[in-house]
Design a protein around this ligand. Structure first.
Ligand SMILES: Nc1ncnc2c1ncn2[C@@H]1O[C@H](COP(=O)(O)OP(=O)(O)OP(=O)(O)O)[C@@H](O)[C@H]1O
Ligand SMILES: O=c1[nH]c(=O)c2[nH+]cn([C@@H]3O[C@H](COP(=O)(O)O)[C@@H](O)[C@H]3O)c2[nH]1
Ligand SMILES: NC(=O)CC[C@H](N)C(=O)O
Ligand SMILES: [Mg+2]
Length: 535
């Protein structure tokens, strides 16, 4: 564990790092990925929606600006714009997709809307050298990129030259090397542009001239400062309760908040009856052994089961669970004499799937219990220090905080627990059946030494009964589906390719040992098109 830079009261996060990049958000689905790539390049970044970017600029005094993509067309009447002052600030600018188009338009170029765009994989031909590509791409080469646009630049703004072209975009890559303005039609932030991360790194280092000395240690110190600022420290500071599940995210959040505000924090673990076998005891023991943070364990099985009775719609189940979690937290807060803040280990993927991050156009895939599943009325303000991070970054932060490997390496487990792994009605009896099957499956995975190679694995209990024969007798019982995926951040996932013999072994054990299940199947669907959980 590295020593923490303890920020003083009244301290601002900007004071911690000398280098930063401002990302102006025009509502792209993948703006957070730009921030992530900048972090990977070792540079602190902040995202500001286009309409508050001027204030963010004043505060941060960034060394570079990246303009995101977005759903608007620059030819629309109310098209969102970049504050004019940014073009006069002498700071390098990288415009991506809409960002390229809006910069071209504002600086005197032209953009045309076409019926046919380029969506998905495309290729760019590099026509000249550019500081943006130094050491990555050279003149005369052709490279794969990822595009998603209907509009395109058709006439360059004064000072710009064409650096690269694609079939659908004659000005796919444009540069004004003197002003250090770059406009690219493709998206370097997504993995489908294989050299994209390097290009963003080049923008930070070669174009903006940054050294890239930002680290998770600094993220930790920055967040501690922000938490202190939000909650207040000492006798006049607020009280915080943190929903703790024993999962990586909430454990990291709890430790971080505890570092920031000490005993103003109490953790609350809710046993809603939807946990895995022996999970409550394990989490309680592990947490009390490792940390001296007050922990309240709430027995809430009956109320969750009662509320779930008769519910079969996945979104209704999720919304009920989200609301009931908050009701429990509020009751526990009252018992502690009131709390002003509720802390959660919410991550960026929870946010993007539930709602749009800065008011952009993204659709709701499913209401994660801790975001879209929250009730409208909330007494406590939220403290969510991990809200911009992806899972693997949270694990890095956990290691930085000295979190035990037993926590860092745990497979994710969703807050609504077994409820979203039992399609149809959830009952205690069905939870008990699933708990047994899931425990056997994970036991087999651990015994085979596969736990760490898999990102997440679990069993699902289907609302389907099939006929079987056991000991010469007919059975008519439920089907259990097994799922295991590989992933880095849970946003996309691939199935884990078990050997057939491993799956046969699991199926045999589950059918033999779990009463109520007589058939086992394996889920071969990646994400997309599937999601990881079944509901
Ligand atoms: N049983 C629970 N009791 C209290 N809070 C919970 C519980 N389950 C989930 N939460 C809260 O909801 C948040 C989101 O849950 P989520 O499962 O995404 O994170 P996690 O459990 O901390 O980590 P992981 O994703 O590794 O399981 C948690 O960080 C925690 O604040
Ligand atoms: O805390 C959570 N509350 C939720 O409501 C929720 N829904 C899904 N997940 C977890 O998120 C990751 C992506 O899951 P999906 O592909 O099913 O959306 C996977 O790791 C899922 O287990 C949740 N976690
Ligand atoms: N992904 C984007 O930024 C798209 C920009 C603009 N809406 C277009 O269709 O060209
Ligand atoms: Mg969890």
């Amino acid at each position: 564990m590295t020593e923490l830079l303890v920020p003083e009261a009244g301290f601002t996060p900007e004071a911690l790092h000398s280098e930063s990049i401002l990302i102006v958000d025009f509502g792209s689905q993948v703006t957070q990925l730009i921030a992530r790539r900048v972090r990977e390049a070792g540079v602190y970044s902040e995202i500001a929606p286009f309409n508050s970017a001027a204030e963010a600029f004043e505060r941060m005094q960034p060394d570079g600006i990246i303009l995101s993509g977005g759903p608007s067309s620059v030819n629309d009447e109310d098209a969102p714009l970049v504050p004019d002052a940014f073009y006069q600030a002498g700071v390098p600018i990288l415009g991506i997709c809409y960002g390229q188009q809006v910069m071209a338009k504002q600086l005197g170029g032209e953009i045309t809307s076409h019926e046919m765009g380029e969506f998905g994989r495309a290729f760019v031909d590099i026509e000249t050298t550019s500081t943006l590509f130094e050491g990555v791409w050279s003149k005369g080469e052709r490279h794969q990129v990822w595009m998603s646009h209907g509009d395109k630049v058709t006439s360059l703004a004064p000072g710009f030259t064409t650096v690269g072209t694609s079939d659908g975009a004659p000005f796919a890559i444009t540069a004004d090397e003197e002003r250090r303005f770059y406009g690219i039609q493709f998206h370097p932030e997504v993995v489908h542009t294989p050299d994209g991360a390097k290009l963003i790194g080049n923008f930070a280092r070669h174009v903006c001239g940054l050294t890239g000395d930002w680290s998770m240690a600094e993220y930790r110190a920055t967040k501690i400062a922000e938490i202190r600022e939000q909650v207040g420290v000492g006798p006049d500071g607020g009280k915080v309760i943190c929903g703790l599940s024993g999962g990586v995210d909430s454990s990291v959040a709890a430790i971080l908040i505890h570092e920031a505000i000490g005993d103003q924090l109490t953790c609350v673990f809710v046993d809603h009856g939807l946990l895995r076998l022996n999970e409550r005891e394990q989490v309680e023991t592990l947490f009390r052994e490792h940390y001296h943070i007050p922990l309240v364990v709430v027995e809430a099985e009956d109320r969750f089961m009662a509320g779930l009775a008769g519910q079969t719609d996945p979104e209704k189940k999720r919304k009920f669970i989200g609301g009931e979690f908050i009701a429990v937290f509020e009751e526990e807060a009252a018992k502690l004499g009131g709390a002003d803040f509720l802390a959660q280990g919410t991550l960026y993927p929870d946010v993007i799937e539930s709602v749009s991050f800065t008011g952009g156009p993204s659709v709701t895939i499913k209401s994660h219990h801790n975001v879209g599943g929250l009730p409208e009325r909330m007494n406590m303000a939220l403290v969510e220090p991990l809200r911009e991070l992806f899972k693997d970054e949270v694990r890095d932060l956990g290691r930085e905080l000295g979190l035990d490997d037993k926590f860092v390496g745990r497979h994710p487990f969703p807050g609504p627990g077994l409820a979203i792994r039992i399609p149809g009605e959830v009952t205690k009896e069905r939870c008990d059946i699933l708990r047994k099957a899931d425990a056997i499956y994970l036991d087999e995975i651990r015994n085979a030494g596969l736990y760490d190679a898999i990102w997440q694995a679990f069993a699902v209990l289907l609302p389907v009964k099939t006929v079987g024969v056991m000991g010469d007798a007919r059975t008519y019982d439920s089907v259990c589906a097994l799922r295991a995926v590989t992933s880095t951040d849970g946003m996309t996932a691939d199935i884990f390719p078990f050997d057939a013999s491993f799956l046969t072994g699991c199926a045999t054990r589950i059918v033999n040992e779990v009463k109520g299940i007589n058939r086992v199947v394996y889920d071969y669907t990646s994400k997309p098109p599937g999601t990881i959980e079944w509901e």
